[in-house]
Design a protein around this ligand. Structure first.
Ligand SMILES: [Zn+2]
Length: 587
């Protein structure tokens, strides 16, 4: 038993309603026979996310994501398929058979990497625990003021200076070198020999929200460059998808209903040590949309904690507009000159830290203060410049009341008529809406390169097994040019020969390896102008035949011209015959 058997998948699907499951995450509004919502996978203002209770599938026409209930959980929770199935199995009370990893290549490497990472994290923390208190890493940690409890909680470790320490340790536990490489723990040296990636560095394991070690960050203890080395991307670690410390902070974030976002590993650890248990870090310079959406599951409120160096940087503040686009409330707390959260807490303690957090300014105020300091706000040109910069932030605010309030404040602050500010806002809006829209359409092209005839025919066949029977007499799967559709047709033909019925959500499971679910969900959900079914079927079959014939003719012509140019008379003669044959045969 490798993959979860289809009958089990079907049983789970039978016991849960996709509308109910998705409603648990986002609010759905009835729209005819379907339900609609603003898509949770891309930013949009008008809903293009459709859930079909009849077919038990979903599809977004904005970003082209779609599939059955397993795919939704997989995408929304950022889980692998197996975990999504497990979650729903638990919910529906369906018992899963023992799952053997080794049978399923993909799932197996993923879970292997998790466990290899876990062993590696233990290896590094054991080194740290055992080395003498007078050693460099111990002194460094002492200087940073981290206590034993927090070191344990974040599983801090140390990689000594040996080249193969971790490699040998993992190998002695029977883990293959290839696997260790796939986990990103070693790099390839000369003649393909492996050696440890992290050496002579403090090691911070990076976790996902479910406490699994997905990668590592490693810091030098002096001024050597690079200061940090991070794990490369692996099957379990994708850059920009995780937030450092969220696994530990999520309870605190929910409870306080806001998250403190800091710069680095040490800031997060110090915050937690001092009781700011809602601190996390972005694991990189700028927050990504994926990270913001991950955080949104726990809170809509964010305080960015800046050290004094970054505080005045317009670039980093512009980056925060993304949070507004995702409907988050953003505040900024700046610490005293020369301090980062880590040094601030150690010097002034938690009370002063809380005051700094409480005094945080809204992104609006913060940005305006910086701009006011930079420009002479009495000059008309400067005013225009400030307004332009401010509006680039304000237009991203989702709440209309907050937006109007900001416009009012801005016009008062700069002594400009409110109407004029609104006028300027309109100009920005149209421009940037276009930008986000095109940026969001990630895999739409998959569906675009299908010929309409192939798409319509596939749709009609997916809806009605009787049409499969008709098409079968006229076309072969190889007559369909689109690779995905060809696979779908093959599957439909085989369902027909087994006298089966078509159940789309089930079809998605059995085809998961050959056709992406969103391709199927798009075909069955797309608005198509289909009135006379039978006529449509005939027309499509005819069109596909014609298209194939003209492709074939074109191909022969090309080969013919090559043959003529190169003087292959034999070949030329053969091709000419083929060509004439095809012309004679009408279809
Ligand atoms: Zn979408």
């Amino acid at each position: 038993m490798g993959k979860i058997p289809e009958n089990i998948l079907n049983e789970i699907q039978d016991k849960c309603d996709i509308v109910e499951i998705i409603s648990g995450y986002i609010s759905l509004k009835p729209a005819g026979r379907n339900f609609k919502a603003c898509c949770p996978f891309h930013h949009e203002k008008t809903p293009s996310f459709v859930v079909s209770p009849d077919k038990q599938i979903y599809h977004c026409f904005g970003c082209n994501s779609g599939g059955n209930v397993f795919n939704f959980i997989k995408e929304y929770e950022k889980m692998d398929f197996i975990d999504a199935v497990k979650m729903l199995a638990e919910k529906t009370g369906v018992k899963l058979p023992e799952y053997r990893k080794s049978d399923d290549q993909d799932a197996s490497i993923v879970s292997t990497i998790y466990s290899v990472n876990d062993v590696a994290a233990n290896y590094y923390s054991n080194i740290l625990e055992k080395i003498s208190p007078s050693s460099e890493p111990r002194k460094y940690i002492l200087k940073r003021g981290l206590d034993a409890a927090i070191i344990k909680k974040f599983r801090l470790g140390f990689a000594d200076s040996s080249w193969k320490g971790l490699l040998d340790y993992l190998a002695s536990r029977g883990i293959k070198q290839d696997t260790i490489f796939q986990a990103g723990l070693v790099t390839k040296g000369k003649e393909n020999s492996y050696y440890d990636l992290f050496r002579n560095r403090i090691v911070f394991p990076i976790f996902d929200v479910r406490d699994r070690v997905i990668g590592f960050g490693a810091r030098v203890m002096d001024e050597t460059l690079p200061k940090y080395i991070n794990s490369p991307e692996t099957a379990v670690y994708k850059k920009g998808q995780h937030l450092y410390g969220l696994n530990i902070a999520k309870a605190g974030i929910k409870e306080r209903n806001f998250a403190i976002i800091t710069e680095g590993y040490l800031d997060v650890m110090t915050c937690h040590q001092y009781g700011a248990n809602n601190a996390i870090a972005s694991l990189g310079t700028a927050l990504t949309t994926d990270q913001v959406r991950l955080l949104k599951r726990y809170t809509h409120n964010v305080v960015m904690l800046y050290d004094s160096d970054q505080a005045g940087e317009m670039a980093s503040i512009r980056g925060l507009d993304l949070l507004l686009e995702e409907g988050m409330n953003v505040k900024i707390a700046a610490l005293e000159k020369g301090h980062d959260p880590d040094s601030f807490l150690r010097k002034f303690g938690k009370e002063k830290f809380d005051v700094a957090i409480k005094r945080s300014k809204s992104l609006f105020t913060y940005k305006l203060d910086i701009l006011n300091a930079r420009f002479d706000s009495k000059e008309p040109e400067s005013k225009a410049e400030i307004i332009k910069e401010m509006l680039s932030t304000i237009h991203r605010v989702k709440n209309a009341i907050v937006k109007a309030e900001y416009i009012k404040l801005l016009s008062q602050e700069l002594s400009v008529k409110e109407d004029a500010v609104w006028e300027e806002l309109k100009k920005i809006k149209t421009h940037s809406d276009r930008r986000t829209e095109s940026g969001d359409r990630r895999n739409i092209c998959q569906a675009v390169d299908m010929s309409p005839a192939e798409k319509i025919l596939a749709r009609l066949m997916l809806e009605d097994i009787n049409i499969v029977k008709i098409v079968r007499d006229e076309l072969k799967p190889s007559d369909f040019r689109n690779h995905d559709i060809r696979n779908i047709i093959e599957m439909l033909f085989s369902i027909d020969s087994q006298d089966g019925a078509i159940d789309i959500r089930r079809l998605m499971n059995s085809m998961s390896e050959s056709v992406p679910q969103n391709v199927i969900s798009r075909i069955v959900n797309e608005d198509m102008d289909i009135k006379d079914k039978e006529k449509n079927v005939c027309d499509c079959i005819m069109t596909i035949k014609k298209e194939n014939r003209s492709m074939l003719l074109k191909d022969i012509q090309n080969r013919l011209s090559v043959a003529q140019k190169s003087g292959y008379e034999e070949e030329e003669k053969k091709l000419l015959e083929e060509f004439n044959e095809l012309i004679k045969r009408r279809f």
